[in-house]
Ligand binder design. Sequence first.
Ligand SMILES: NC(=O)c1ccc[n+]([C@@H]2O[C@H](COP(=O)([O-])OP(=O)(O)OC[C@H]3O[C@@H](n4cnc5c(N)ncnc54)[C@H](OP(=O)(O)O)[C@@H]3O)[C@@H](O)[C@H]2O)c1
Length: 275
Amino acid sequence: MLALVTGGNGMLAGDLVPILEDEGYEVLTCDIEDFDLCEEDAVREYILGAKPDLIIHTAGYTDVEQAEAEPELAMKVNGLGTKYVAQVAAELDVPLVYISSDYVFDGEKNVQYMPDDTPNPLNVYGKSKLVGEKYVQELCKKHYIVRTSWLYGTYGKNFVQTMLERKDVEEIKVVNDQIGSPTWTIDLAEGIITVLDMPYGTYHISGSGKCSWYEFACEIFSCVGAAVKVIPATSAEVPQKAKRPAFSSLKSSIKTKNWKESLKNYLYICDLEVD
Ligand SMILES: NC(=O)c1ccc[n+]([C@@H]2O[C@H](COP(=O)([O-])OP(=O)(O)OC[C@H]3O[C@@H](n4cnc5c(N)ncnc54)[C@H](OP(=O)(O)O)[C@@H]3O)[C@@H](O)[C@H]2O)c1
């Protein structure tokens, strides 16, 4: 069984590939050096040539802030690029897993989002991921749309890494009015394996429980024994180009560990957890 993983150099793929291999898949990874998602013919030619039995599409334009300055490119990569991948998956009649985001929601809800809640993205990135979802639903019957949130892991830039880089500063301001569910890439990768045995459709996979970025930062510093003073701030006090939902916690469709437990596990394997 050959699984093709797009975004092979990315953060999720770094943990997903070995887990797929452990499950008995032969894995082929590809990234922008193999084809640019913006080029329909290149996407089609590469994937048809690879003849995968399963496609896991993790590649994407993932810089939420920069997307506000490059809306056309974000839409091309996440919208049209996903359309091209979905077209080939349908042509090959193979299942497609598309990784989407909590940022397809507007944050107006104050209980966790369910997979069938109505999306209404606030920023360019969220809009482009939603366009990708729509193409997947329209074009490829055998699809899994897997929404996740606040991802961190060993192989990419992420909030945990950013905080750890600041563990020697005296104080740091962190936003306290955006709530979500931190998710370790290992938990997401294992969740994707579980979902592959479930009916086609839309799923949420994120760490269980929820917190603000401020609480997330406090927990990171506490786990590594850093004496940083974390100052809670409003989104208005820490201006960002992209508007974020105030509440984007996802109700995971499968059982996952609590976000604090997963964070500890992650810091433990990084050799950073102190208690
Ligand atoms: N990170 C999060 O917090 C988060 C939250 C929710 C959902 N997601 C979704 O989860 C998925 C995996 O996220 P991640 O953090 O692992 O992403 P990532 O580390 O940014 O990896 C994305 C990969 O896609 C590649 N890529 C970008 N533009 C491309 C193009 N035009 N053609 C081909 N490849 C291209 C990137 O290559 P370059 O590095 O060379 O650009 C990169 O290797 C993404 O679809 C993302 O939208 C992420």
